[in-house]
Design a protein around this ligand. Structure first.
Ligand code: 0A1
Ligand code: ZN
Length: 849
């Protein structure tokens, strides 16, 4: 066998498959060290392909035998798959292979998680299960027989039979191999049912380990709500007799949308008030929805090739965002989404890992499950909707489902339905899919004789491999306020298509105050040198909740930057503006809590870098601490009063109303702790009957340099609950001082419960370090070195998770020469590791280029 040398795959090289699959029959004889997989696959030549050899992907498989139309054959094997001479017309391929799920620590293909068999096939894991054309444009119905000792054995589709030691499943819907799934183990189910709008009853089940039954109710409820929402909002009905969800402890990502058998990281399913926070509950609800929505946007209509990943992911994220906005608060959800976009996608788009929403090349596709593909992909759809309007969007989506059901599609297909449904030419809009980088939007204004003119200039800085950028279509939602705070021009969407473009508004009595980019109508950096009075004015008067929040955010950012630069005192306008909103009961508590969320320290570093300055992580840390101290002082009376007013009585419900109150109360607790040294937090910890209150109290105590007895008690109580213990590990690092973060992380990697093979635990410790801005970017390079040590250790065990975490280094060039030298040394050490995975090599290669 030859070694598979890393190869770059290009979108432009796409060719249709030489052979199509009519049907697939698989038999699994499960055994931890030697599982046998028997396949019978009916192939026919693809009439739309220009011929081509018969090639099946296959990696890390031991081929026992192969046959074509019943006659044994001896294929030619490589490390990537096999080729074989085949008949001219249709034929049946049979193979028997052996695999070792127990030895599979990469968690891709068939593997074991604490005695349970499970699979992860997206993107290219099926080739580690058997020989197959493992590409998303090959779709087929699957019949699966599982033989083994496990009490529960599940696969995609509907159950067709079950007996002692076996189970059979049939999935009638043609699907690509990446949606295949199998689970077998000692599992128990929380059961439910759903009657579709056409009256079919679907049996629902959430499968978990015995002992976790009490933590499934929320997931089941979220599933029912998602199914109904997709019927009502998108006209999409479920299409099988059963829908199964399984919770797995060892999982690289959040969850996976396998047809009829969604597999979830247990952190994305299991919840009880005692063990999960409000944020966990909300995340579970949205991931359940996301995976369920994939049934139409991903499964019934899938991607032609992996370059089209945003076709399913951007759209499904957009849909899950709409779902949460409908169920909870649209304003708060938009703020949360933009915070997340700025924290995760902007750094990617502005650094060495920048790539278009539809990338044009890759070495390892697993490295492209990124915030750009997912979150910017969703933003692009939001812009499309803004441009064509709600009706145009609804028509286009109906056409998409009608025209492309059962197909593997491209972004061209997607844009064409919008063009056909609305008559719009989207050729310039398509650049959003092709051009990487975050556009910068600057604004000039003039006012003369009642005419107000806004002139916008857009510019997208170069990104790797894309020096020249063209102007994009930018929907700029805008409102104008009069100086007395009345809205004189309600929100309208300006459509910018040129590099520089003016828009005029006639008949205004006085120069208005513009509220630009309402609802964050385009994913750009707005470079507006507004003065602080204007921001304070918008914070007080803007009718658009997002821009109200944004004005406060900008004030806080500028205040923090001034402190970093000159040691300036916190801006009184921000302190007063926040206090006014906190006092205003017409705003829901969750929105009021958002007003307190400061820009992340990494965002502040980027803002400084954008202005040509070298960010100092310690100075940024100090400025943030100073602002929080000032706020605690400013709100010395209000914080305890609001804390009391937000007390929730009655049984715990993780809905928007209750969780909003708890979020605001906990934010007040943070301020109170700065003044009372932790007295109230200790009381909250002692009295708490849910994890939201417990964890917030513990965080406050740790931040105040206290909390040792509580930390020990927490450990004592929760040591047998892996998900709760992940919180225990992570929190200690998140709440550590910059000096202590690295040492705390290092100490915790030596804890007996630290298990590098479990991605959740690895992320809880090393991910928390990477997220601690001043701790990770410590001047002596200790943060970089510790993370590099562990990434080098993890890479051979689980290359996917290691490579994802390497992104912690993506901003390394922003910092001073000393830090850069340490970061470069860490990256070069990773790059020089013998046998480094393709995943890791691609990531460090791009960051060092
Ligand atoms: N499609 C899933 C996420 C996912 C992607 C890749 C995986 O392994 C590499 C696993 C899951 C989703 O969007 O939820
Ligand atoms: Zn998805």
């Amino acid at each position: 066998m030859k070694d598979a040398a890393p190869q770059t795959v290009h979108l432009s090289d796409y060719a249709p498959p030489a052979f199509l699959v009519e049907e697939v029959h698989l038999t699994f004889r499960l055994a931890p060290r030697a599982t046998r997989v028997l396949s019978r696959i009916c192939f026919r030549p693809n009439p739309d392909a220009a011929g081509g050899a018969f090639f099946l992907h296959g990696e890390e498989l031991t081929l026992i035998r192969a046959a074509i139309d019943g006659a044994e054959v001896t294929p030619e094997l490589t490390a990537a798959g096999l080729t074989c001479t085949v008949p001219d017309g249709p034929f049946t391929w049979e193979a028997e292979v052996e695999i070792a799920p127990e030895a599979n620590t990469a968690l891709e293909g068939l593997y074991m998680s604490r005695g349970m068999y499970c699979t992860q096939c997206e993107a290219e894991g099926f080739r580690k299960i058997t020989y197959y054309p493992d590409r998303p444009d090959v779709m087929a119905p699957f019949t699966v027989r599982i033989e083994g000792e496990a009490p529960v054995m599940l696969s995609n589709g509907n159950p067709v039979g079950v007996g002692e030691g076996w189970a059979e499943w049939h999935d009638p819907w043609p699907k690509p191999a990446y949606l295949f799934a199998l689970v077998a183990g000692d599992l128990v189910a929380e059961r439910g049912s759903f009657v579709t709008r056409s009256g079919r009853t679907v049996d629902l089940a959430v499968w978990v380990r015995p002992g976790d039954e009490g933590k499934c109710a929320w997931a089941m409820e979220a599933l029912g709500t998602s199914m109904r929402w997709d019927e009502e909002r998108y006209g999409r009905e479920y299409d099988l007799d059963v829908f199964n969800i399984v919770a797995v402890d060892d999982f690289n990502m959040g969850a996976m949308e396998n047809k009829g058998l969604n597999i979830f990281n247990s952190a994305a399913v299991l919840a009880s008030p005692e063990t999960a926070t409000d944020a966990n509950f909300e995340r579970i609800e949205s991931i359940i929805a996301h995976e369920y929505f994939h049934n139409w946007t991903g499964n019934r209509i899938t991607c032609r090739d992996w370059f089209q990943l945003c076709l399913k992911e951007g759209l499904t994220v957009f849909r899950d965002q709409e779902f949460t906005a409908d169920l909870r608060s649209a304003a708060v959800k938009r703020i949360e989404d933009v915070r997340m976009l700025r924290a995760r996608q902007f750094p990617e788009d502005q650094g060495p890992l920048a790539h278009p929403v539809r990338p044009e090349s890759y070495q390892e596709i697993n490295n492209f499950y990124t915030a750009t593909v997912y979150e910017k992909g969703a933003e692009v759809i939001g812009m499309l909707k803004r441009l064509v309007g709600d009706d145009g969007y609804a028509k286009a989506l109906d056409l998409y489902f009608d025209r492309h059901d059962g197909q593997a599609c491209t972004i061209e297909d997607w844009l064409k339905v919008f063009e056909d449904a609305t008559g719009r030419d989207l050729s310039q809009f398509k650049l959003w899919y092709e051009q990487a980088g975050t556009p910068r939007l600057s604004v000039e204004e003039s006012f003369e004789g009642g005419t107000y003119t806004l002139t916008f200039t857009q510019h997208t800085p170069p990104t790797p491999g894309q020096e020249e950028k063209k102007p994009l279509v930018l929907p700029i939602a805008l409102g104008l306020l009069s100086p007395n705070g009345d809205e004189v021009v309600p929100t309208r969407v300006l459509e910018m298509t040129e590099a520089r473009q003016s828009f005029t508004f006639e008949g205004l009595a006085s120069k208005p105050v513009p509220s630009i980019l309402r609802g964050f109508s385009a994913p750009v950096v707005l470079e507006r040198a507004a003065d602080r009075d204007e921001r304070a004015f918008l914070m007080a008067h803007d009718t658009d909740p997002f821009n109200k929040w944004e004005a406060g955010r900008a004030l806080a950012r500028e205040s923090l930057i001034a402190t970093v630069r000159t040691g300036a005192a916190p801006d009184a306008a921000w302190l007063e503006g926040v206090a006014a909103i906190l006092r205003d009961e017409s705003f829901e508590p969750a929105f009021r809590a958002q007003m307190l969320a400061l820009p992340t320290q990494s965002e502040l570093a980027q803002s400084l870098a954008d202005r040509g300055e070298t960010p100092d992580p310690d100075a940024i840390w100090g400025a943030v601490e100073g602002l929080k101290e000032a706020l605690a002082l400013h709100l010395a009376d209000l914080a305890p009063a609001l804390y009391d007013a937000m007390r929730v009585t009655g049984p715990y419900i993780p809905d928007a109303e209750q969780s909003g109150k708890r979020t605001l109360a906990n934010a007040m607790l943070g301020l109170i702790t700065r003044r009372d040294g932790g007295e109230r937090a200790a009381r909250q910890y002692a009295e708490a009957d849910n994890m939201t209150l417990t964890l917030a109290a513990l965080a406050c105590l740790l931040r105040a340099g206290k909390g040792s007895p509580e930390l020990a008690a927490f450990h004592e109580r929760w040591q047998d609950d892996r998900l709760v213990m992940d919180k225990w590990f992570g929190l200690q690092i998140m709440e550590a001082t910059p000096e202590a973060a690295v040492e705390t992380a290092r100490r915790l990697t030596g804890h007996p419960a630290f298990d590098m093979k479990n991605p959740n635990r690895f992320r809880a410790v090393l991910g928390a370090l990477a997220g601690h801005h001043a701790g990770f970017h410590r001047a002596d390079g200790a943060g970089y070195a510790l993370l590099a040590d562990w990434l080098i250790r993890l890479d051979p065990v689980n290359p996917q998770t290691a490579a994802r975490m390497m992104t912690a280094f993506q901003t390394w060039r922003r910092y001073d020469a000393g830090r850069q030298a340490h970061a470069r040394a860490a990256l070069e050490r990773i790059a020089a590791t013998p046998g480094l995975s393709r995943d890791g090599a691609e990531m460090v290669g791009r960051m060092l280029a």
